[in-house]
Design a protein around this ligand. Structure first.
Ligand code: EPZ
Length: 421
């Protein structure tokens, strides 16, 4: 298993560029199924989850070719409509093929994605919406079988503003007969990016980013070229890296309004955040102030930044209360952070963090993507060396994280099976 070795207490200084958004790329890759011919995607992050989604598309019969961070998806060979259990187990977001396969073939079969380290991750909202659109759903022996002679538009009210359910329903609706309304829709920026991609194919989608999305079905879609929006969670992770090392970092390739909740929380913690047109400069001198954090659907504070902020709150002069309201089990990073001297107590979905003056380097293990990121951040600030095992979790969502942080002055090395890389 690959690991990171981080020598602590290095101020990060310099300029870093954010890659394209993982959580935009994944639904847009599956949406390529809906078009006819070849789609070209620019600024695609070369990360593990995206490589797995490319494998899923190739399994279905598409061809996926890379030129640097440009990806071409040709779906003329598309023929299969089911995803094997082994592929689903590699990445639960493979469930995003459900909507597009139903849109094109009127049928799909996927293994139930099951839970993961952060929660049970149900799909009831996906299923409820698809059934309203005339899809017959059978769940048997760990598989979800979906079939519809003709998808018809429906008025759908989601119980929770689920990102994945909103995406699957948008993609199922673009070729359906009539109009679909998705109410209480997720408002994350990645939904707007998906809308823009679908409209580039010739779809008629309006309202993404608001809580009601309207889709007027069309007869067929074509091909398009699209640039993926910057990854706001990667950007937020780098902002915390600058803050926790009391550094001075300019983070390039961001969309300022996507960073509002993270910027506001860091400013509240005494960090200097200066937003530019497509960049943000983050400076910190001295320990952060303790702030309380409640994760919420966008535009609230993102759950995907909760573990990273916990690492920063570990070094305040006060006590922070963190409430994780999105996922029921997103504190897997707590045990590992405790090994580094973080003083934190968890009661249900609430974590109380009592700041300490310094963190200790330790042997720790990444348990999931953002938990791994929080360990890297804590390691950058710790008094001595930290070794992080199982960094395959970090590779899922961050492109060359160690390379990017070394360029800012961090002493971070990747140790692979075959030695230093
Ligand atoms: C997306 O997951 C992201 N993944 C997650 O990012 C992110 O944490 C999450 O949205 C919330 O913002 C991708 O976009 C690939 P949800 P998703 O459906 O779509 C409940 C990362 O680190 N729910 O919005 O699976 C669910 O249990 C990952 O990049 C239902 O109850 O999240 C959860 O409590 C982690 N029924 C809440 O909604 C459903 O049918 C939010 O889940 C669906 C969801």
């Amino acid at each position: 298993m690959d690991k990171y070795v981080i020598a602590g207490r290095k101020r990060l200084e310099g300029v870093i560029r954010v890659s394209g958004a993982k959580n935009s790329t994944l639904p847009i890759l599956t949406a390529c199924i809906l078009g006819r011919g070849c789609c070209v995607l620019e600024d695609v992050p070369r990360i593990q989850d995206v490589l797995v989604m490319a494998e899923v598309l190739e399994h279905l019969g598409c061809s996926v070719t890379w030129e640097g961070n440009r990806v071409r998806v040709d779906n003329t060979g598309l023929k299969l409509t089911e995803i094997s259990e082994s592929l689903m187990r590699k990445m639960r977001a493979s469930n995003l093929v459900l909507g597009p396969l139903l849109g094109i073939f009127g049928q799909a079969k996927i293994a139930s994605p099951g839970g993961c380290a952060i929660g049970s991750r149900p799909m009831d909202q996906h299923i409820k919406g698809l059934q309203l659109m005339g899809v017959e759903i059978k769940e048997k022996s760990g598989f979800i079988m979906a079939k519809a002679s003709k998808l018809r538009g429906a008025d759908i009210h989601l119980d929770v503003p689920s990102v994945g359910a909103t995406e699957n329903l948008m993609m199922a609706a673009v070729l359906a007969e009539g109009t679909t309304l998705i109410r209480n829709a997720a408002r994350e920026p990645e939904l707007v990016d998906l809308q823009n991609f679908l409209n580039g194919l010739g779809a008629k989608v309006r309202g993404a980013g608001l809580d009601i999305i309207r889709i007027d079905g069309v007869r067929q879609l074509s091909e398009t070229t699209h640039t993926i929006i910057p990854d706001r969670i990667e950007a937020g992770t780098h902002m915390v890296a600058a803050a926790i090392t009391q550094g001075d970092v300019e983070i390039q390739n961001i969309i300022p309004e996507h960073m509002e909740s993270i910027s506001a929380k860091l400013r509240e913690a005494g960090v200097e955040v200066t937003l530019g047109e497509d960049s943000v400069r983050v400076r910190a001198t001295g320990r952060p102030s303790a702030v309380d954090i409640r994760t919420l659907p966008y535009p609230g504070f993102p759950t995907d930044m909760q573990p990273q902020m916990m690492a920063l709150m570990a070094l305040t002069e006060g006590t922070s209360v963190i409430s994780e309201s999105i996922f029921e089990n997103r504190y897997k990073h707590v045990d590992e952070l405790r090994r580094m001297g973080v003083r934190v107590r968890v009661e249900g979905r609430v974590a109380v963090v009592k700041g300490v003056e310094a963190l200790d380097g330790a042997f720790v293990e990444a348990t999931d993507l953002r938990a791994g990121a929080s360990l890297v951040l804590a390691g950058l600030a710790a008094e001595d060396a930290t070794i992080i095992e199982n960094i395959v979790h970090i590779d899922r969502g961050y492109e060359n994280l160690d390379v990017k942080y070394r360029e800012l002055g961090a002493k971070i090395t990747r140790i692979s099976h075959g030695g230093v890389r």
